[in-house]
Ligand binder design. Structure first.
Ligand code: SAM
Ligand code: SF4
Length: 465
């Protein structure tokens, strides 16, 4: 299969003779990369006549795009499959067929065990092979069970249909674009190198073509994605090896693209060119997700993060010297094996030293097959609970304090959609925080100058400046 053009995918809605278009319901768990993958899977299925539905009950094809990062995330999938089994039985009584697929990292990690545990499942398909999904669906509809979890040798991005402009428009003026997949870092707590495979960067020409297509469909802000996005590298049109910094400069040249972001970064891959991009590239938003996980050198070493707390602090200083208004966000794990009270206090200290405007903090979850799960000295659940509460209280205080500093200030906002209440409009500040406007200051996709008037629980309120 090669690129399918927009004309093919748009005319593919109806299936003669079998009661109108087939409907696909996709439920996405986990990270932004899964959101992007779900979109690309829907696009691939559009070429076979599937239209998306938000209602599970009317779906002919149900896809769960799963996350394996923590045990809870994986278990959720099985409880959802229980619910879906009832639905499939009810529909079968009415003579309607339903195909059930499990995609994503649980599919990759558990393979055919999923069908053994939940026989309702027809398709198990890993993240590296979702370009083969339309084929798998055809086989399943013919009565087969399909398991596709090998790491495909072909480039799935080359084989996927091009972005569907109508769908891109429907999704709004901000978009994700995966530039890098997989990971070679093998942090001892993490399943990603096993579920997503080795680190791969997409070529510059492919990324630029996709970004141009997004821009043509009205996208104003692109967030580049990768499990290790700042490890992205590729040969530029000038023949030199580019890093993410150079790529961002190139993408900023695309007419219509006003804002760029990227996530998730590893501290070891923040090179000088990328830091310089934060200084020199206006389109690059002053927000950086830079997980540190813990402030303890002992635990950083046990996690195989390959940097110290002091390295991280020095890096933050360099980034802030380049872009003083940058807002930092992070990921934290509490209760990694062997974490003592003093280790946990080091995490609290690094949070006080850095100050984060946003953070994701988790209790360590031992993942089968990772070195962390085999380590002695696992921390008791009650201790993890207590530490998590303590850390989250500090992070919330920092987040609120940052929001308070914005009150009275002017900033720009990209208008994204109508707000929840009638007459309201919603967008985002450069620091990623949602901003609610009580009047319509422009059209969706416009970037407008506003003044922040007050803070809400997770958002800011503003008026036109
Ligand atoms: N590549 C990114 C990095 O190096 O920071 C992180 C990607 S990972 C998909 C997202 C986050 O999930 C991690 O930063 C970590 O905080 C959390 N995480 C990963 N494995 C975990 C585990 N076993 N238990 C708890 N949290 C975990
Ligand atoms: Fe997982 Fe990130 Fe470590 Fe890779 S760098 S193993 S994705 S936590």
């Amino acid at each position: 299969m090669t690129h399918t053009d927009i004309a093919d995918t748009e005319k593919a809605g109806a299936r003669p003779g079998d009661g109108g278009p087939k409907k696909v319901f996709v439920k996405t768990y986990g990270c932004q990369m899964n959101v992007y993958d779900s979109q690309r899977m829907s696009d691939a299925l559009a070429a076979d006549g599937y239209v998306p539905t938000e209602t599970l009950e009317e779906a002919d094809l149900v896809l769960l795009n799963t996350c394996h990062i923590r045990e809870k995330a994986a278990e959720k999938v099985y409880s959802e499959l229980g619910r879906i089994r009832k639905l499939k039985d009810e529909r079968a009584r009415d003579g309607r067929e339903t195909v059930i697929g499990v995609a994503g990292c649980v599919a990759q990690a558990e393979g055919e065990e999923i069908i053994a545990r939940a026989p309702v499942v027809d398709i198990v398909i890993g993240p590296q092979t979702y370009h083969r999904l339309p084929d798998a669906v055809r086989k399943a509809r013919a009565g087969g069970k399909v398991v596709e979890t090998d790491y495909a040798l072909e480039d799935k991005f080359e084989r996927l249909p091009q972005l569907h402009k109508g769908e891109v428009r429907r999704r709004g003026v901000t978009a994700f674009l995966t530039v890098q997949e997989g990971c070679d870092k093998f942090c001892t707590f993490c399943v990603v190198p096993y579920t997503r495979g080795a680190e791969v960067s997409r070529p510059v020409s492919q990324i630029v073509a996709e970004a141009e297509r997004l821009a043509e469909a009205g996208v104003r802000e692109i967030t580049l994605l990768g499990q290790n996005v700042n490890a992205w590298h590729g040969e530029g049109p000038d023949g030199r090896q580019w890093g993410l910094g150079e790529l961002l400069f190139r993408l900023a040249e695309i007419p219509g693209i006003a804002r760029l972001r990227y996530t998730t970064s590893h501290p070891r891959d923040m090179d000088d060119a990328l830091i310089a991009a934060h200084r020199d590239l206006d389109a690059l938003m002053p927000y950086l997700h830079l997980p540190v996980q813990t402030g303890s050198d002992t635990i950083l070493k046990a996690m195989n993060r390959r940097h110290t707390a002091a390295d991280y602090l020095r890096l933050v200083d360099r980034i802030r010297a380049a872009r003083p208004d940058i807002a930092l966000s992070g990921d934290f794990i509490v209760g990694f094996p062997g974490e003592s009270d003093a280790d946990f206090e080091a995490t609290m200290q690094i949070v006080r030293d850095v100050t984060f405007v946003q953070a994701f903090s988790f209790k360590y979850s031992p993942r089968p097959g990772t070195p962390g799960a085999e380590m002695g000295d696992q921390v008791a659940e009650a201790v993890k609970d207590e530490r998590l509460q303590c850390l989250q209280a500090l992070l919330t205080t920092q987040q609120r304090a940052f929001a308070d500093t914005l009150v009275g200030r002017r900033t720009d906002v990209l208008i994204e959609k109508p707000g929840r209440a009638p007459g309201q409009w919603a967008g985002r500040s450069p620091w990623l925080m949602p901003v609610i406007l009580d009047e319509k200051p422009g059209e969706i996709g416009d970037i407008v100058d506003v003044r922040i008037t007050r803070t809400g629980t997770n958002s800011l309120f503003a008026v036109t400046a």
